[in-house]
Design a protein around this ligand. Structure first.
Ligand SMILES: [Zn+2]
Ligand SMILES: [Zn+2]
Length: 217
């Protein structure tokens, strides 16, 4: 899988363009503030986008959907437990005092735990990982040793849990059961900031060590 990162805006959110190198099939993950640049890229290369996949529905991860939808009719995938958050995108913009880039089209398909998501020859396994948001999912490409983890865990940090629907203990449980159970060398592509690995976070993440003394998983 070939992955390109598009980040920017006040939240420095990472949007991803993931492509199967053999077939050219591609998906967009979490289109944020820099989605217009991502949309240009799709047009330049005349890419066929098969899906717009959302790890969760916080505004910084969905605000670029209108820009992507201008260049592709690809269906939007979201976990149903984040649908209420998605429906309140405009209120989220107000709460963060950022401009709202227009109404979002309704999601087309529901993501569910253990669902296998395919594009080209790439397989992504959906894992529910609530705590930062109630319908947060991560997408695991087991064969490639890579996972898109959204705002569950970051390099040296974890997702905030003070927003509506957040739950600190639930987030730690999600990290323990869905992230730290992956092989140590698994690359974690996060919703903000640089990528990391499971091993690096298991041993060095200050939010995980005092809770669980490191390699508990
Ligand atoms: Zn978030
Ligand atoms: Zn975020």
């Amino acid at each position: 899988m070939k992955v390109e990162t598009f980040s920017g805006g006040p939240f420095q959110e990472n949007g991803y363009l993931a492509r199967c190198p053999e077939t050219g099939a591609a998906i967009v993950i979490d289109p944020g503030a820099w989605a217009p640049r991502l949309a240009e890229r799709i047009q330049e290369e005349e890419m066929e986008i098969e899906a717009i996949v959302l790890t969760h529905a916080h505004l910084d991860h969905v605000e670029g959907i209108p820009a992507i939808r201008k260049v592709t009719p690809a269906p939007i995938y979201l976990h149903p437990r984040d649908q209420p958050l998605y429906a309140r995108a405009e209120d989220q913009a107000k709460a963060f005092s950022i401009p709202f880039r227009g109404p979002l089209p309704p999601p087309d398909r529901a993501l569910a735990h253990a669902q296998l998501f395919r594009f080209g020859n790439v397989e992504l396994r959906v894992r529910e990982a609530p705590g930062h948001a109630p319908g947060h999912v991560i997408l695991v490409a087991q064969e490639e040793g890579l996972a898109f983890v959204g705002d569950v865990v970051f390099k040296g940090s974890i997702g905030r849990t003070d927003l509506p629907g957040g739950d600190f203990q639930q987030l730690l449980q999600s990290i323990r059961e869905e992230v730290l159970t992956l092989p140590d060398e698994t690359r974690l592509l996060t919703g903000h900031g640089p990528e990391t690995t499971v091993g690096e976070e298991r041993t060095g993440n200050p939010f995980l060590i005092p809770q669980f003394r490191g390699g508990f998983a």
